[in-house]
Design a protein around this ligand. Sequence first.
Ligand SMILES: [Zn+2]
Length: 177
Amino acid sequence: MTKTRIRFLKCDPTKANSPMSKVCTFHSHPTNAAAAADIPSAGDVFQFLNFRHLRTITAGATRLWVWDKTKATLGTVKKLGDWAEANMLTEVRRLEKAFPCAWHDPYMKLALKQLGLDWPKSREDWEAHWEEMLRNVLRIKVRVYSREGALRPHWPCRRFGSVHQRRCRSRERLCRD
Ligand SMILES: [Zn+2]
């Protein structure tokens, strides 16, 4: 990949709007966003289905995940499109009255609910189940990788030398010194 082939967009710490027409998008979550960095947001899921992306890659704090649309996902995309065509204006107007500056998130969760994904009340629930929910309910192809595993071999560690891998399992941060 070269600079000219990547469109770079600096976003908000909690918001990343991907260019809608791109086949593949990438965004990273701020690693200091602790608990929220390693889970997808409602916006991440909604945008992936709503826009033309075939693949989206997200880097969290310790994990990296890749989502692909397959033929099976297209059924979900169609369902979302049909629902939005019939309901978007009414629902956005209603939500704008209730949450004038924050209607996006409830709208996206409402739309996902029509697809069978009832957004869990607790973050722990979402963290534990998002992979299977995306696979089984939304029919998205999901792959999750450990960022730590992938990074470790590439970070030379002056501090721990040859015991680098073993020591770094719990103290990865030190390796970047
Ligand atoms: Zn995100």
